[in-house]
Design a protein around this ligand. Sequence first.
Ligand code: ADP
Length: 652
Amino acid sequence: MARTPMRRARLWNDGSRRLTVLFLAVVVPPAVALVWLGLELLNQDRTLAVQRASERRQAVVQGVAVALGQSLTDAQRWLTDDPVPVGAVRLVLSSSRVRVHPPDRVLWVPRPPTLVPAATQEFADAERAEFQGSAARALQAYEGLARRPSPAVRAGAILRAARVHRRERRWDEALASYRTLASIDDIAIDDVAASLVARRAICFVLDEAGRSAGLVKEAASLERDLLAGRWTIDRATWDLTAGQIAKWRGRAVGASDEARTLSATAALLWREWQQSDGESPRGSGRKVIVVDGMPVTLLVRTTETESIALAILPGLMEAWLASASSGVAHQGPLSVLTEAGDVIAGPGLAAGGTSARTSASESGLPWTIALGAAAAPPPLEDLAPRRRLLMWGLAAIVLLLAGGSAVLWRAVQQQLAVARLQNSFVAAVSHEFRTPLASLRHVTELLDERDDLPREERQSFYDVLTRNTERLHRLVESLLDFARMESGRKPYDSKVVGASDLVRQVVTDFEREGLKRSIPIEVEAGLADAAVLGDSAALGHALWNLLDNAVKYSPGQPDVRVQIESHAAGVAIAVRDKGIGIPRREQREIFGRFVRGEQAQRLGVKGTGLGLAMVSHIAHAHNGSVEVESVEGAGSTFRLVLPEARCREPEA
Ligand code: ADP
């Protein structure tokens, strides 16, 4: 069963679609797989880089932990050796007292050393005289006692003499007595060092005497000595003295937070020590305690009789951290924290969070050491070349794949187009054959059936037979010729051919062929004696095709003219018609094999799409060309341009 054109087109479209799908199925999955693989590799690289950076940061933290551990170990020596560095203090707790080294780093101690109390018994008589109003007698007695060798008696006597002067408002004498008393250190008056009592009394006297300048000066000196740890006193005495100085000076005593914290630490340890009844190992080892909001690191060594603690303040920790982290600061801010997260040293953990840490249990230290996230991500120089190479490689492969696919796609499309053309060619050729064959069959049957035909009629039938046989012959010859041309086997017998002779001959043959259609071809006057070198049969074939097209594509009564013209490249045989014309976009393509114009197909003009391809072939084989000028709807001019043969002598 013959396939209809529509069905053929559908089959064709199906095939084309299948090919497209197949092409995509072959090209797209490897491309996608390749891109996926590349991205996956990049991703793995990134993960690896991040992991390496994290390991590096962890190593930094561990390195810092080791260095800080070393500092702590080194600090053990200050449990026994002096000088204890700034920012730390050694506290020696025994059953009776707390000793502080160096003493000026605390404000008070929980249990000051016991001093010899000033004498009281010796003054009974003198005091009686004093309180009975006999100040002179009392004073005389006190001054006598003040010359005794015993410091306890001397201190008691001077204190009382000063009291008498003060009461008598003899300020200078009172001050002089107190100043003498101020030089006696190891005697206590009401459990307070006599010197401190005297210094406070001097201030009181100056205050009472209204000597404010002297008072301010004296209070400042007292404050200086108090803060310098001149007296080892308990908290109550310190608070009282500091309160009085503040009143005299008009501002609070400038005790540092560190000194307050260390004093409080000493008090705390003393309390613990007492609660443990001096038993070890309570409190031994190293730990961090928070005192008044300040984290204090403690190194404790407890013996049979005493407990020695080194209290380390954040200031010293800061110095240790600075030396431990020198050279690794670019990795991020380092901090030392308590287990609860309080900052001991370093900036602490800002919003960026921690990028690496080692806890107290991991490091065996009493702190957590943490590395904050660095402002800039760590540079990953070692991975950069690998990543660059991968990116370039991937880009190159994708480009190659895309380029290759595009080329392949074009080739496939071209082959599809050729196949499509061949398909329509087969249809066209079959059609071309079918018409004369049908005619031959019909006429032969008529001749066979009708023996009685008159001679003229019989002759006309024979003419039809001859014409159709001729047409078939021409068609077959044309196809064979084309096949020979395509394969390069077509021989050309070159001779000098007169252009006008050639035109005349072909036009005559063409007119004879188309006699019944009565198509006149007008040959216009032109170059009469132009000659070309070539195969006259082949050139005639080319001209025939041009004439055939001019007639075919001129609906109604064709108006076809032929003229031999002079051309820049030699001689041109121009065939003009006033037919349907050719759209500009088709004017190049129509010279391709099997190509038929849209309009030609729409109008149902028979053809194979080989005519112009053969003309072009023949023209090029003769070193010539074919040109076309056409206006759609107005007509076309085809020029067969050939090099002129110079050797022909003009006929005399
Ligand atoms: P065919 O004539 O068999 O289709 P050709 O190779 O001779 O094949 O011509 C190719 C196409 O060029 C034609 O299908 C037609 O569309 C166009 N063509 C050729 N000659 C003319 C002409 N004189 N006028 C208009 N169209 C033409």
